[in-house]
Write a protein that binds this ligand. Structure first.
Ligand code: PMP
Length: 394
């Protein structure tokens, strides 16, 4: 049976990581994988996470199963963080999932269960796991324009034009903030236009929010998600704690679905719990419990928010420094978009040949589509990257 298997296409980012490890050059720079790194190249355990874990080890008296939906206190705490005052009381179904990816997978399965013919719309480009999972589930897809190759901002006219083609019941995946891989984001006014358009058409927004707190702050980064929820009767939200709590390997996510009325809540919640049961039974609990402890304790929460703000401001500083270094070298504001982008990533807009030249000649590793991880930089490597970008003729 297993002899029938054929090789899966290698994951491009993992292949890039392997090539980076094998590169003997001491000055090499890893701007590939999507993990936050501090100035010394470490992905630290956040202070509040450490403190909560210590407390948990002391106090936890059972590791018996939680419910299929996870601990309701986790859903309460995280849905409040993401949705704030826009949380639709009495209409929000929520289940804990293995990471944001688990939430996306379960959310897509929920859509397929409800309406197998629904098309799933994705931005072009988007995080490659979106089309990979949608394709694996065999769901019909469509894509909408998103990135303007000239300005390196959002092609908003193209996006609106394409989304005008959505049908009632189609699902539209939107990055709640900090678009991956481009770093280009909509203004709040533009979000309003999109929310109204989807509401008019009867399409269902599927918000993927994986970087809350990495862009303009915890509240500002949630604004688009909240606005969308207030504009439509039903919506799906996949939230990840991997980045903003730095608990990548703990697999901590939450799938939320806003039911069109309180009458539909129970069956929606039941379907989501049942999908958990079918795929993995009980969701992981450790990360969820740590997140709950942090969000419900004033001291831990304040310390977590402060550390997250340091992370955010550090990345913004690197963006500014890189844009300035390039302005000094090219004598124009052509690379100003790097400072305007938000989140961990920017799409540089380099050709695959230029990306390869930067790797070959300067030991600079970025993903082939020229996505670079801003957090992979520090004060010493910013000028090296700026030189490499100019030398490659980007
Ligand atoms: N969505 C996007 C756009 C992402 O970039 C990521 C992380 N790479 C995720 C969701 C989910 O991450 P995780 O499964 O690690 O929580």
């Amino acid at each position: 049976m297993l002899t029938a298997l054929t090789p899966q296409a290698p994951d491009k980012i993992l292949a890039l990581m392997a090539a980076f490890r094998e590169d003997p050059r001491p000055g090499k720079i890893d701007l590939g994988v999507g993990v936050y790194k501090d100035a010394s190249g470490l992905t630290p355990v956040m202070r509040a996470v450490k403190a909560a874990e210590r407390q948990l080890v002391e106090e936890q008296d059972t590791k018996a199963y939680t419910g299929l939906a996870g601990d309701p206190a986790y859903a309460d705490a995280l849905s409040d963080l993401v949705l704030g005052d826009a949380r639709p009381e009495g209409r929000l179904a929520a289940v804990a999932t293995p990471g944001g990816t688990g939430a996306i997978r379960q959310g897509l399965e929920l859509i397929r269960l409800a309406t197998p013919e629904a098309r799933v719309w994705m931005s072009n480009p988007t995080w490659p796991n979106h089309p990979a999972i949608v394709g694996y589930l065999g769901m019909p897809t469509a894509s909408y324009r998103y990135f303007d190759d000239d300005t390196r901002g959002v092609d908003f006219d193209g996006m609106v034009e394409d989304l005008a083609g959505v049908a009632a019941g189609d699902a539209v995946i939107l990055h709640g903030c900090c678009h991956n891989p481009t770093g280009a984001n909509l203004t709040l006014d533009q979000w309003r236009t999109i929310a109204d358009l989807l509401a008019d058409r009867g399409a269902v927004p599927f918000v993927d929010i994986a970087y809350q707190g990495f862009g303009d702050g915890l509240e500002a980064d949630a604004e688009a998600t909240r606005l969308i929820l207030q504009s439509v009767p039903e919506a799906i939200i996949a939230a990840s704690c991997s980045k903003n709590f730095g608990i990548y390997r703990e697999r901590t996510g939450l799938l939320m679905a806003m039911a069109p009325s309180a009458d539909h809540l129970k069956v929606t919640q039941g379907a989501m719990a049942s999908l958990n049961r079918l795929n993995f039974s009980f969701p992981p609990d450790h990360g969820a419990r740590v997140v709950t402890m942090i969000l419900t304790d004033d001291t831990l929460r304040a310390d977590w928010a402060a550390e997250l703000e340091e992370v955010r401001l550090g990345m913004l500083g690197l963006r500014e420094a890189l844009a300035t270094a390039l302005r000094d070298r090219v004598g124009s504001d052509r690379f100003g978009f790097l400072a305007a982008h938000r989140g961990m990533f920017s799409r540089l807009g380099a050709t695959p040949e230029q990306v390869e030249a930067m790797r070959r000649d300067h030991g600079v590793y970025m993903v082939g589509d020229s996505r670079l991880n801003i957090a992979g930089l520090n004060a010493q490597t910013v000028p090296i990257l700026a030189d490499a970008i100019v030398a490659a003729g980007v």
